[in-house]
Structures are given as structure tokens and as C-alpha cells.
Design a protein around this ligand. Sequence first.
Ligand code: SF4
Ligand code: SF4
Length: 430
Amino acid sequence: MKDLEKLSSMLAEIDDLLSNCMKCGMCQAVCPVFAETQKESDVTRGKIYMLEGLAKNMIADTKGVKQRLEKCLLCGTCSANCPSGVSAVEIFILARSILTDFIGLSAAKKAIFRGMLSHPKLFDALLGLSKKFQGVFIKPANPEMGTYCSAALSSFIGERHFVPLAKQSFYAKQKKLQSTSKDSELKVLFFPGCVVDKIYPNIAESAVAVLEKNNTSVSIPEIQACCGIPALASGDARSFETLLKQNLEMFRNSGAEYILTPCATCTSTIKKVWPMMAKNLKLDCLEQVEQIAEKSKDISEFLVDILRATPPALSNGKGSRVTYHDPCHLGKSLGVNRQPRELLNAMANVELVEMQNADACCGNGGSFNLQHYQTSTAIGNRKCENIKATGADVVATSCPACMMQLTDVLSKDNQAIPVKHVIELFYEVS
Ligand code: SF4
Ligand code: SF4
């Protein structure tokens, strides 16, 4: 009982955020998880009721509430449509970290976030090792999509179709490809993000090549730390803080006017979650975090709004129909919907065909996909049908996590529609 009183005082920190909800239920109509499960506990209003119940000592099942809080994509669709402006993602992130503080972090998550992710060199070395042995556990799934699946029944991989770890990460190649620092007007720091670095290095190479071609001096931190969102989404604010501080150290004195990433989730985390958490954790680096957030941009946003870059007109390039999926962390979180489309429209060999509900969540949600794969896939399958209906040859997007999800659902549906980042298409015609 005494413990629950302690929890109640911890939850008082988010009382103001919770009290904005007027329980109208409009979030039900838009939440992709609710659309599949029809459970009130899966939607914002239901989650807020549970948190209020805990705060008022009317509910004692802390683990049950935590589990229900984790059944959320953190997509922000509810907030984007909420008449009261409830900051659902902020509430869920803070509540998950309060409950994790109270209940404790599982041994497995401690090993992953505190033992591995918080030590970038060790994390790189372990993934380098996994890469060497991954061939034993996987087999080709859909050669036209370049996907693999589990070679034997594996509870971790399950039915997933995926692009495996790259033979060489962007950082491993970078040692050979040292960026040429020219005396150009704009100095940018490039932050690829873990998934791009290790699974999709071609995205990072394309981005650096396009930036350099557009007279931009690109610097790349010697080693990068994860942006911290996987740890924070699991409630581990301590690992998040460690990773944030490591990144700040790398960014310090970079002299960069902009920090660019090709990963919508990293961009949104740096711009929105870093300042929110620096304030919440009362960190003395808040000012630096706010400056970095201000300077950080998505790669398409930078190319269109700052560089005003356009691809050269092609005289005889092969034309393709391309449809664009808006990542929630770029569109809903940062309002960047126009710029990727402007880049695609500027490519002479691309015909942009809009799919229905292009801004609907793909269902990945990071750890959500790991914990709730069936629901995640059901949401992804809706997207798959909308993509197929366009007759597109290629799906473009701006987030490697969305790429993984779209690839999985399209590959399992026996499609041959490659999923590419906008910057890869831009590089191909540049
Ligand atoms: S979160 Fe917003 S949309 Fe949902 S019930 Fe509360 S006020 Fe209504
Ligand atoms: S963030 Fe997305 S998944 Fe979570 S409650 Fe809101 S709409 Fe549903």
C-alpha cells in the first residue's frame, strides 16, 4: 500500500498531461491498434483511465497497466486528431519510464539496453559477429524482394521476411570512404542511425554522395550512439540518458550548421524526445539539446527547403511508378510530408502515384512489432493492399523501420515491389 502511494506521487508528474483528456473517445476512430483489437485498453482514452486509476490508488495491477501501455505504436495518430491536444506519445513515454522505475527493468532488457546498446563499440562488435553467423539461421524467402526468413523454427524471427544485416555497415565502409571536407558554405553533420548503418548502408552512402554533390561539407561522427528511443520506449530512461550524453559529446564542437538524418524516427527523437526528456530529467545539458534539436533535419527536408536541390533531368531514364508512404515520425510528428514528394516529383523518370491513406501507420512501432507481431502484421497488411492498388513498381519512404515493415508484408504477399528510401531514388538519378 505504501508502495502504491509512492507510485501515485511519481505519477503526479504527469497529472497535468493526463487532465487534458476530456474522454471524448475520438481517438478510437483513428488508432490503428484499436482498429484491429477493438479493445478500449489499447486506445489513448483507455490508457489514460488506467493511469488515473493507478494514480488514485484505484488499481493495483502495475504490471498489467505497464503491459497495456506497451501495446501502442507511439505513432501519434491519436494526438494528431485529438480535439484537446493530448500529448499521448509524451504521456506514454513518461508513464512507461515511471512504471519501469517502480517495477524494475527485466534482466533481458537490462542486458540489451545497459549491457549492449549503451556501449556503441561493443554493440558494433556483437552485431559484426552476428553478421558472420546469420547465414546459418536464415534462408532466402522472396528473391525478387531480396528478403530472408528463418531457416528453422525460431521464436525470435517467427514468420518475418526481412533484409539481413549488411555485409559491411556504413561505418565499416566509411573508414575507406573518408568524407572529403571541402571549403563549402554549408557544414553538416550526418547521423545515419543504427538501422541505416547496419541494414541499409546504401541509404547513408546515397545521402552523403548527394550532399557532397550539392556542395555541402559532410562530417560523420567517429562513432555514433543509438538515438535512445528503443531503450526509452521500453521505459529505460537511464540507458536513454547515457546514450543522449554520448551523442551530445560527439556533436559538441562539430561546427555543423545542420545535423541530418535519413531516419524519420531518429529525426523525431532528436527534435522532440531529447528536449522533452532533458527537461523531464532536469539535465543540465538542456540548452545544448535544444540547439541540436533546432539544427536537426530530415534529409529530404534539408534538400528541398535549405539546398533547393533538384535532380538533373534525364533524357532516357527508365520510368517507374512510385508511391510514397509517410512515416508517422516524419509526417505526424514533424509535419514533413511535402518535401519527399517534391523530390520524387522532380525526378524526370518517376511518376508519383498516391496510395489511399498514405499517412496511415505501417504498424511497425519498433518494440511493438517484436511484442505484438500479429497485430503489427494486420496493420501492415492494410498498407500492403493500398500499395498494390496503386500499381506502383516501387514504394518510397523516409524511415528504415517503415522499410522493414513494408518489406515484410509485401514479401510475404509474394509481391516484387522494392521498398526504397527517397534519397536512394534521388541518388540513382543524380
Ligand atoms: S485523448 Fe483526445 S481524442 Fe482521446 S479521449 Fe482524450 S481528448 Fe478525446
Ligand atoms: S500512439 Fe498510435 S497506437 Fe498509440 S494509442 Fe495513439 S494512435 Fe493508438
